[in-house]
Design a protein around this ligand. Structure first.
Ligand SMILES: Cc1ncc(COP(=O)(O)O)c(C=O)c1O
Length: 303
């Protein structure tokens, strides 16, 4: 088995085997699916002769930090258009933005209304007037170059050995790459981190195979929302396996997969590979919010 696939050593019924692919360990800052998504975007930005990367994200965005890290590593200036004007005076209270700033990212804080229109040509022209020429990386990093990078997640052995490949889904780019590179006999399942069934439509634009499905029963109230049950589960999973999961994406996915196994939704002897897409940088920010509400916090952190 490939070295970054780790077997989960907990008792499972019906001969089921469960592995996790530690993509989170690919890079300390450009972690998990961000490494895959940015690889060909960086090559394209270089090919086109750009000196600046501009992208969009929310307060604790994994993607914002990854773009800041990629800029620092590959010699680009970076600009982050951030949702929420109120964050401008709170950079030092926000571990994601503080670290992105240290890596050289310049921020443009915009209202939620302006952020909703961020892909409108008029807003993009406004950004060009303000910042000149730049290579635009979409929110969440998902575009054709990102999907090409995500097609490199599965190795040939993975495509042979596993019956089910499972990842967390936000914008749909990661699962699209997995679907494109999977073998027809495999099932690719996405556990959605957001409420709403719109994701399947987005994914259909990027893939032609049909060996996939999206499950949206484990979003725990919606994007970025957590419950006491989820936090307790993540702490106990970490103490059993020493694998840290993030509370926004991979944690919800692993909770859902173990629940599915318990409910008998996988066939006997299923060989399941879950993808650890990173996101651990978000734990500090989540713990800050949980502490403020006097809630149980995650007992592990990246540092
Ligand atoms: C840690 C993590 N896992 C999974 C995802 C979901 O990936 P995608 O947006 O490609 O569906 C994201 C968001 O990009 C993420 O930050």
């Amino acid at each position: 088995m490939e070295s970054n696939n780790k077997k989960i050593q907990i008792a499972l019924p019906n001969g089921i085997e469960l592995f996790i692919k530690r993509e989170d360990l690919l890079h300390p800052i450009i972690s998990g699916n961000k490494f895959r998504k940015l690889k060909y975007n960086i090559q394209e930005a270089k090919r086109l002769g750009h000196a600046t990367l501009l992208t969009f994200g929310g307060a604790f965005s994994n993607h914002i930090l990854a773009v800041a890290g990629a800029g620092a590593e590959f010699g680009f200036k970076t600009i982050g258009v951030i949702r929420g004007e109120e964050l401008e005076c709170k950079i030092n209270e926000n571990p994601t933005l503080a670290q992105a700033q240290e890596l050289g990212m310049q921020f443009y804080f915009v209202s939620r209304a302006a952020y909703r229109d961020k892909e409108q040509p008029s807003f993009v022209s406004h950004l060009h007037e303000k910042y000149g020429n730049f290579y635009l990386v979409p929110e969440g990093g998902t575009n054709d170059f990102a999907i090409k990078g995500c097609e490199e997640i599965l190795t040939d052995t993975d495509k042979e050995y596993f019956t089910h490949i499972i990842c967390a889904v936000g914008t749909g780019g990661t699962i699209s790459g997995l679907i494109n590179s999977s073998s027809e006999k495999q099932q690719i399942i996405g556990f959605s981190s957001l409420k709403g069934a719109f994701l399947s439509e987005v994914i259909r634009n990027f893939v032609s195979k049909t060996n996939w499905s999206i499950n949206d029963n484990y979003h725990f109230g919606g994007y970025g929302k957590v419950t006491d049950e989820l936090i307790q589960f993540l702490n106990s999973f970490y103490s059993q396996t020493a694998i840290p999961l993030d509370p926004v994406y991979t944690g919800k996915m692993v909770f859902g997969i173990l629940d599915w196994i318990e409910k008998g939704y996988f066939p006997p002897n299923a060989k399941i590979l879950m993808i650890h897409t990173g996101g651990l940088q978000g734990i500090k920010g989540m713990n800050f919010a949980l502490k403020n509400k006097n809630k149980e916090i995650l007992q592990y952190d990246k540092d």
